[in-house]
Ligand binder design. Structure first.
Ligand code: FAD
Length: 436
């Protein structure tokens, strides 16, 4: 290929979600040439990968995308799916990013002076690359799913829309993180009989001492704490999100209460016996429920301490007292005998950065970086959970991270000879020679 036909960009951003567009906002402010490659439609995950009754878990005031803070009349409410989509459509308009939709990045490899980016639209050269392709790539479904009877309908949480999607009969929901707990509740409220394999996810209260727990934690500085100061350090990136909901104005999700109302709770799903019908569960339902409650009470206790130390006038609070206990641990369940006709897998997603050909991954395939900056000069990540703070992978913290990366990118751009066209730079001349 002739070098003159290779498009050149100072910065290529992979992914047109809120992270990619946030970065574009700041790169435009820096006056830096860039392009955003998005393999589907910008911001599509909020309309294509959320269930019908989805609403934010985080309060509206935490929707703080750059130049586009939440401006509605319900800052302490929780936007529903359609409202989120509208909020994001307005954000997209305000950023007006140089977007290339329907362009999938298929390979990025370092090259002298930058990176060669191969996409479904051809090849280009980028001085710097930002991976903003999200943290939820490949839906995780365990191998035992292959051995379930074909009569059982199986879907992943990413494909769950509503109860009507599933055949009549009991639904097995596997996993009780944010998605699993909310989908189990959605089915339960729709009158479906739910069997829930409860996982290790922690939970937290929606409201405590007269306010949303998020408001207290914000005052306590939790959302400004960098990952380097978290007690778990980078280990916190592996944590499952606490389950709680914003539905109907926000409330706790109490699985014990669901059990009282008829939901059938089991421990962690561990396997399927050779008969292809009998599910095996870890006989520690009581333990996982207790642990989730301990986290719930622990967070509330930290709020109590904060209130006491400052002498804040707030209504009294009390520790959560379990409203239900499992009568006995059950380790097996027959799919046929129990009447389960469908399974919703809510056990998360695996990262897929297979198209990024750069030595920046640890043994588990997770990128290694400091605040999004990798050891490969000019290569960055944005939008990942706890990239820098709790809000890095959410609406609340991505702006801060994007602004930081835009500054780093501008500094590198300046140090490499800002003002000169890319092709005039010595390193890039080498690349052109290599590609010619
Ligand atoms: C079920 C669920 C509920 C959530 N609830 C909340 C909440 O209440 N509050 C909150 O603040 N956050 C919430 N989040 C977290 C977060 O806000 C979202 O995950 C958000 O979508 C992250 O934005 P992003 O831009 O980082 O990634 P994404 O939205 O995933 O965007 C990445 C984009 O990259 C594109 N892409 C990927 N690979 C390529 C490629 N090779 N080439 C080109 N394009 C590519 C994708 O098509 C996608 O559009 C939730 C997440 C989930 C999954």
């Amino acid at each position: 290929m002739s070098t003159s036909t290779i498009p050149q960009h100072e910065v290529v951003i992979v992914g047109g979600g809120q992270a990619g567009l946030s970065l574009s906002h700041y790169l435009q402010a820096q006056g830096l040439d860039h392009v955003v490659f998005e393999k589907h439609r910008a911001l599509h995950s909020w309309s294509t990968q959320r269930w019908d009754n989805f609403c934010l878990v985080t309060p509206n005031w935490q929707c703080a995308l750059p130049g586009h803070p939440y401006a509605g009349d319900d800052p302490h409410g929780f936007m529903k799916k359609e409202q989120i989509v509208q909020y994001l459509a307005a954000f997209r308009k305000s950023v007006d990013a140089p977007l290339r939709e329907g362009v999938a990045v298929q390979q990025i490899r370092p090259a002298p002076g930058g990176f060669v980016v191969r996409s479904s639209a051809g090849e280009c050269f980028a001085g710097q690359v930002v991976v903003a392709s999200g943290g939820y790539h490949t839906p995780i479904v365990p191998r035992l799913a292959e051995r379930l009877p074909p009569s059982i309908r199986q879907i992943h949480s990413a494909d769950y829309r509503n109860a009507d999607q599933l055949p009549p009969g009991k639904v097995l929901v596997v996993g009780s993180g944010q998605s699993g707990a909310q989908i189990a509740e959605d089915l339960h409220l729709a009158g479906r009989q739910v069997v829930l394999a409860v996982g290790d996810a922690p939970r937290c209260a929606r409201f405590y001492r007269g306010r949303d727990v998020v408001d207290w934690l914000a005052d306590m500085g939790y959302y400004d704490m960098p990952v380097t100061q978290h007690p778990l350090r980078e280990g916190v990136r592996d944590n499952t999100n606490h389950y709680v909901t914003g539905r109907d104005g926000g409330r706790d999700i109490d699985l014990r209460r669901f059990a009282l109302e008829g939901m059938d709770l089991f421990g962690v799903l561990e396997g399927l016996q050779a008969d292809g019908d009998t599910l095996r569960f870890a006989p520690r339902l009581a333990e996982v429920l207790d642990r989730a409650d301990a986290t719930y009470n622990g967070i509330n206790a930290s709020i109590d301490k904060y209130i006491a130390e400052r002498g804040i006038d707030a209504p009294a609070g009390a520790p959560y007292v379990p409203v239900w206990q499992p009568a006995a641990e059950r380790a097996t369940l027959s799919l046929a005998a129990s009447g389960i006709t469908s399974v919703v897998w809510c056990i998360g997603f695996a990262p897929d950065f297979g198209w990024l050909d750069a030595p920046v991954f640890n043994g588990r395939g997770h990128p290694v970086h400091t605040r999004g900056v990798t050891a490969v000069p000019g290569l960055y990540f944005l939008g990942l959970p706890w990239l820098h703070t709790w809000g890095s992978g959410r609406f609340s913290g991505v702006a801060r991270d994007a602004e930081y990366l835009a500054e780093r990118i501008a500094q590198r751009h300046a140090s490499l000879g800002a003002g000169e066209p890319l092709r005039a730079r010595p390193a890039h001349v080498q690349l052109q020679a290599a590609l010619a």
